[in-house]
Write a protein that binds this ligand. Structure first.
Ligand code: SF4
Length: 292
């Protein structure tokens, strides 16, 4: 069974080696309208029967080959917190991860469970999805019977005790969860959640359901309503647009570090690595300039 995949390079989680806890079939307690894995029966238990020993031995082999990783990410063809020996696995990963950070990509469906919280506390980074704070909309998009207020309270409680990097993610679909009022309500709830950032995106790959992406302008409009958190707009096509806009601005003038949003910082890092941009210090302030 192939439980290790990658490394994958992404703007959000850089160079990341993945652990798939349900390699043979989708195993998820949600059935999201935007799921790239396709429609599947909802499951509340991971029955892949993978032992921690097996996963760790495969991970060790991969770590001998792949160096300089930024993250080791625990995911699944579905929801990774359904794996029964999660805490034991995380503790073993932490023993061998070297400089890489341990990360989980979860849909947040189990975050109110004390045992899951205890396991996730051991990770360097946790990504939790929150597509809507409106129960009706949440049921429509994530197609789950799990109580949304329990999930929200679980995220709040966890964020108050967690010391690592907590990232929230919201994926927006046209006409489903792109309602301004719901984003204003989300912003209120975000006052109580201590998270590093919220990644706001839309679909960029086909789904089995008939759903549509929202425009870049719509994402910007919704992001502007979220004043209680750093928002990072994500999408392949959207990032290309931001990339072009950033280069256009740099053509006109250098940018100081203070003028740069989180999104642009990630892109600038890429541009620095590619030698398209250089850093110049003026009066003790770092400026990004085009490398002409
Ligand atoms: S939580 Fe992730 S894996 Fe599960 S249905 Fe939604 S998109 Fe698919």
């Amino acid at each position: 069974m192939k439980v290790i995949f990658g490394p994958i390079n992404s703007r959000r989680f850089k160079k990341s080696l993945g652990i798939d806890l349900s390699p043979n079939e989708k195993c998820c307690n949600f059935d999201c309208l935007y799921c790239e894995l396709g429609k599947a029966k909802i499951k509340h238990k991971n029955e892949a029967n993978l032992s921690v020993e097996y996963i760790i031995s495969e991970l060790k082999k991969a770590l001998d080959i792949h160096k300089d990783l930024d993250y080791i990410s625990i995911s699944a063809n579905g929801e990774p917190t359904l794996y029964p020996n999660l805490k034991e696995l995380i503790l073993e990963i932490n023993k061998i991860k070297k400089n890489a950070k341990s990360l989980i990509l979860s849909n947040a469906s189990t975050i109110f469970d004390e045992n899951i919280q205890k396991a996730l506390l051991e990770l360097d980074a946790v990504k939790l999805s929150l597509d809507s704070v409106n129960e009706k909309v949440f049921r429509k998009i994530d197609r789950s019977n799990i109580n949304l207020s329990k999930i929200i309270q679980g995220i709040i409680n966890f964020s108050n005790i967690y010391k690592g990097e907590l990232v929230l993610e919201c994926l927006v679909l046209e006409g489903i969860n792109d309602n301004k009022e719901d984003f204003i309500a989300l912003n209120e709830i975000l006052k109580n959640i201590k998270a590093s950032r919220l990644d706001l995106g839309t679909i960029d790959r086909p789904s089995d359901y008939d759903v549509k992406a929202v425009s870049f302008e719509k994402l910007q409009e919704l992001a502007s309503l979220l004043t209680n958190i750093n928002v990072n707009i994500i999408s392949r096509t959207i990032n290309e647009k931001i990339y072009d806009d950033l280069l256009k601005t740099l053509e006109l003038r250098p940018l100081s570090e203070d003028e740069i949003s989180i999104n642009d910082k990630e892109l600038l890092k890429e541009l620095l690595e590619k030698n398209i941009v250089k850093l110049a210090k003026i009066n003790d302030i770092n400026f990004y300039k085009l490398n002409k």
